[in-house]
Design a protein around this ligand. Sequence first.
Ligand code: PFF
Ligand code: NA
Length: 436
Amino acid sequence: MARETWATRMGFILAAVGSAVGLGNIWRFPFITGQEGGGAFLLLYLLFVALIGFPAILVEFVIGRYTNLNPVGAIRELGSGAWNYLGWLFVVTGFVTLSYYSVVAGWFLRYTLIGVTDGYALAGAEEANALYGSVTTGLDSLLFHAVFMALVIGIIAAGVRRGIEVAVKVMVPAIIVLLVGLAAYAFTLDASGAAYAYYLTPDFGYLAANWTSILPAAAGQAFFTLSLGMGVMITYASYLGEDRNLAADAGIIAALDTLIAVIVGFVVFPFLFAAGIEPGGPGPSAIFVSLTSAFSGIPGGRIIGVVFFAMVGIAALSSAISILEVLVSYLIDEFDVARVPASAGIGVAVFLLGVPVTIDLIFLGLYDNLAGGVLLVLGSLLLALFVGWVIPDVARNELEKGIGSLGGLGTAWVWIIRIPIAIVVLVSLYLGVVDY
Ligand code: PFF
Ligand code: NA
C-alpha cells in the first residue's frame, strides 16, 4: 500500500499547528511563567523559541521528510549503533507525556460540563480553589481522564486525518478570537497595570538570582509547546512531498503557537492580580482559578466559559492524538500490529500510567518534571547532535529542497544545531536533574 501523504500544504500545517497548540500554551505556559517570576521567564522563553525551538522543528522536519518513516524507523535508517535507542527514548517520552496530558485535558472537559450544568458563579478565589480541588482529585478526575483517552483512541483507531484538519481549521482562529476578547476584558480590570508590569518587564536582578531554575524551565517549555522531543514532527513531516518550504512552515507553526501562549498571559495575570493571588502561587490551577473568576464576572460568562473550556479540550485532543499516533505507528511498523488493537492497547496502557495523577497531584509534578523537564529536552538534544554531526550534509540538502541555499542559512542552521542547542540543553539538563 502506498504511504499516506497530506492532501494539501495547508493540511500539514494545520495538523502540526493542532499538535503544537494545546495545554502547553493554555495551561502550562501561564503557570510556569508565574512560578518563574513573570517577565524574566517570558524573555528567555521567547529567545529559546526563536533561537532553539525553531531550528529544532526543522531538525525533526528534515528527518521525517527525508525518510518518510516513523521516528524509530527513521533514525534506524539514518544512523547506526547506539543511535537506534534514540527512537526508543521518543516512545518512552510520548508515553509519559500523554498519560498526564490526558488527565489535565479531562479537567477541561469537566469544567466545560460544570458550565453547562451549574455555571461559574463563584464568590471568590476560595470557592474557585475549592472547585479546582474537587475536579482534580478522586473519581471525577479518573472518569474524565478515561473519557478523554477514549476520544483519543477512537480518533487514532479510525485514522481520521480529515477530522483533525477540519477541527483545527475552525478551532485555532476561534481560540484566538476568544482569547483576545478575554484579554480585552482583562484590560479593563484595575489590577491589569500591575499584572502587565509583572508579565512584561523582565526583572534582571531576579533573573540573575534565579537563572538556575528559569533557564531549564524556559528551555523545557519551548520544546514542550512546539511538540518537540517525541517524534511528532518527524511523523507528520514523513507524510510530506518534496516541494514544501520547511522553514516557512516551521516559522508559521512557531509563530502561531507563541502568539496564543503570549495572549493567554494577558488573560491569566490580570485576573490573578485582581483576585489578589500571588502569580507564583497557584501552579497548575492558575488557568482554572483565573478563568472561573473571569467568567463569574462577565455577562454571558457562562456561555463564553463553556465555549472556551470546550475549545481547550479540543485543542488538547488535537495535541494528544499526535502523541498517540507516534506510539501507534511505531507498533504498527515494528511489530506488524493492526491499527485498531494497537490504538486500544497503547491507549489503555497510557490510561493506566495516568491513574496515579488522578489520585495525587504530587504525581502531576513528578511526571511533568520528568517528561517536560528532562526526557523531552534530552531527546531534542540527541536528535540535534545526530543531525548536526552525523548526517549534516543529508540534512542541509533536505532543508534546501524547494528553497535553495537560503543565502547560507542552511549552513548557519547546521551550526546552531551542532553547538548552541547543545550548550543550552546540557546546562538546563544539568540544572534540571540537580533539581529533580
Ligand atoms: N505541544 C503541545 C502543547 O503545547 O500542548 C503538547 C505536546 C504535543 C508535546 C505533542 C509534545 C508532543 F509530542
Ligand atoms: Na504548544
